[in-house]
Design a binder for this molecule. Structure first.
Ligand code: FES
Length: 106
């Protein structure tokens, strides 16, 4: 279980407890958090789950798998700390994780 802070582009914060084994995307969708649409359901084909991971957390999450970088290239305004939230599995180690949603996902 990890407490995850999702911050909308408007700066509205949502702090949610997400169970281990779910993805950061699933935590958002199950709690109706705006800004993460996840149109493809987590199969890495839409990039509507794009988030900016807070810098101090970026190296604590699993590395990007094959294909994620390519999909991020198609995302809106990818940055250094961009990830697809459907590719981040929640573990106890991610307790306190902070992610922000891009402007377009408002
Ligand atoms: S939900 Fe579609 S790429 Fe993550």
């Amino acid at each position: 279980m990890a407490k995850i802070t999702y911050i909308e582009h408007s700066n509205k914060k949502h702090v949610i407890e997400v169970s281990n084994g779910l993805s950061v995307m699933e935590g958002a969708v199950q709690n109706d958090i705006p800004g993460i649409d996840a149109d493809c359901g987590g199969s890495m084909a839409c990039a509507t789950c794009h988030v900016y991971v807070e810098e101090k957390w970026f190296n604590k999450i699993e590395k990007k798998g094959e294909g994620e970088e390519d999909m991020l290239d198609m995302a809106y305004e990818p940055k250094k700390f961009s990830r697809l939230s459907c590719q981040i599995s929640v573990t106890d180690e991610l307790n306190g994780l902070v992610v922000r949603m891009p402007k377009k996902q408002a």
